[in-house]
Design a binder for this molecule. Structure first.
Ligand code: TXA
Ligand code: MG
Length: 306
C-alpha cells in the first residue's frame, strides 16, 4: 500500500476532502476546520455523535492564539509541550476558522500542535487549522499504523499519508484552561506530573467528565477485553506486561516499559482481535506516569466507565 504526497494532501484539504494524517500519537482523519461540509463528512465516516467536538491542529502557539484565548497557564503549557501530544481546551476566539460543528457548538475549542514531521508539513502548507479526530470508526481502537488507519476510515479519505508507526501510540492529553480552572479531561501521552510541574495543581475530581466524547465503551475491539489478568483463560489471548508473561508476540512490553507499552497498546489489541479469540486478557499495568493513560484506555475498552 503506497501513501500519497504532502502536496496531494494539501490539495485535498483545500477542496474540502478528507485526509488520513499521521501524528506522533495516533493516525487522524483530517479536514479543513472551517469547512462545515468537510467536517460533517468526518462525523459521517466515523459514525461519531455530533455532540463530540474535534481537536483543531495548528502549527504553533501563535496560530493557536488566533483561534483560542490563552491565559498564562495555557501559554506555559504550550511552550513546554508543543509541538507534541498535548491538547488545550480554551475559550474560542475565531468561530469561523473552527466551525460550530467542529466545536459541537461549544464556546471553547480544543487545539494542539502535533509533533509528527508530516502532520507539521501539511498543516503549515495548508495555512489554516485542521481538525483531526483519531481515524478509527467511533468506539473502536485508535489506529497507530498506516494500514490500520486505511482499514478504519480509508474509504472516506481522498488522500492517505504514510507516516510510519506512531511513536507515542496513545492520544494526546486533553487539559482545559477555562475560567481560571485547570482540569485533566483525558489522560494521555503527557503525564499528570508533567502538566503539574509546568502549570501547577490540576483541579481535583471530575476528570474525564467534562469532555463530551468520553463514552463508556470506547477503544474497544470486537473481542471482550478483561483487564488486570494474571493469565489467559482458554480461548483468550493475553497481552502481557513484563518478562515471561504470555506469548511474546502479543506482549505490550517484555521489559515492563510503559513507553513501549503505550506505543504497542492499540496495535496489539487490533492484532489480537484479528485472531478472533474468545477474549483479550491484559496484564495489570502500573498506574504511574504513562500508565494512567494506558489504564484509562483499557478500562474503556473493557467497558468500564472512568
Ligand atoms: O492525539 C490526539 O489527540 C489525536 C490525534 C489525531 O491528534 N486526536 C484525537 O481526537 O484523539 P479525538 O477526536 O479522537 O479526541 C478528541 C477529544 C474527545 O474526547 C473530545 O470530546 C475532546 O477531545 N474535546 C474536543 N473539544 C473539546 C472541548 N471544546 N471541550 C472538551 N473536550 C473537547
Ligand atoms: Mg478518538
Amino acid at each position: 500500500m503506497n501513501g500519497d504526497s504532502d502536496a496531494k494532501a494539501v490539495e485535498v484539504l483545500r477542496s474540502g476532502g478528507l485526509v488520513i494524517l499521521p501524528t506522533e500519537t495516533v493516525y487522524g482523519l483530517a479536514a479543513d476546520a472551517g469547512n462545515a461540509q468537510a467536517v460533517a463528512a468526518i462525523f459521517e465516516a466515523k459514525g461519531r455523535p455530533r455532540f463530540n467536538p474535534l481537536i483543531a491542529h495548528v502549527s504553533d502557539a501563535v496560530q493557536a492564539e488566533t483561534i483560542a484565548v490563552f491565559d498564562d497557564r495555557a501559554r506555559r503549557l504550550a511552550e513546554a509541550f508543543w509541538p507534541g501530544p498535548l491538547t488545550l481546551v480554551a475559550p474560542v476566539r475565531d468561530r469561523e476558522a473552527v466551525c460550530d460543528l467542529a466545536r459541537a457548538g461549544l464556546d471553547s475549542v480544543a487545539v494542539r500542535a502535533p509533533g509528527h514531521a508530516r502532520a507539521r508539513a501539511v498543516i503549515a502548507a495548508f495555512g489554516r487549522p485542521v481538525v483531526a479526530p483519531s481515524a478509527n470508526r467511533s468506539g473502536r481502537p485508535s489506529p497507530t499504523t498506516f494500514a490500520d488507519a486505511v482499514e478504519e476510515t480509508g474509504f472516506a479519505a481522498a488522500a492517505a499519508l504514510d507516516g510510519g508507526d506512531c511513536a507515542v501510540g496513545v492520544e494526546s492529553t486533553v487539559v482545559s484552561v477555562l475560567d481560571g480552572r485547570l482540569a485533566l479531561l483525558r489522560p494521555g501521552a503527557v503525564t499528570r506530573e508533567e502538566i503539574e510541574t509546568v502549570a501547577g495543581p490540576l483541579d481535583a475530581g471530575g476528570e474525564g467528565h467534562r469532555s463530551p466524547g468520553r463514552l463508556a465503551l470506547h477503544y474497544a475491539p470486537d473481542a471482550p477485553v478483561r483487564i488486570e489478568a494474571d493469565q489467559a483463560r482458554p480461548g483468550e489471548i493475553l497481552l502481557g506486561f513484563g518478562p515471561g508473561v504470555g506469548d511474546p508476540a502479543f506482549s505490550l512490553s517484555l521489559t515492563g516499559d510503559l513507553r513501549e507499552a503505550a506505543a504497542n497498546l492499540f496495535r496489539r489489541l487490533r492484532q489480537a482481535d484479528r485472531m478472533k479469540p474468545s477474549g483479550i486478557a491484559v496484564s495489570p499495568i502500573p498506574q504511574a506516569g504513562l500508565g494512567e493513560a494506558i489504564n484509562d484506555r483499557l478500562r474503556r475498552a473493557a467497558g468500564f466507565v472512568g
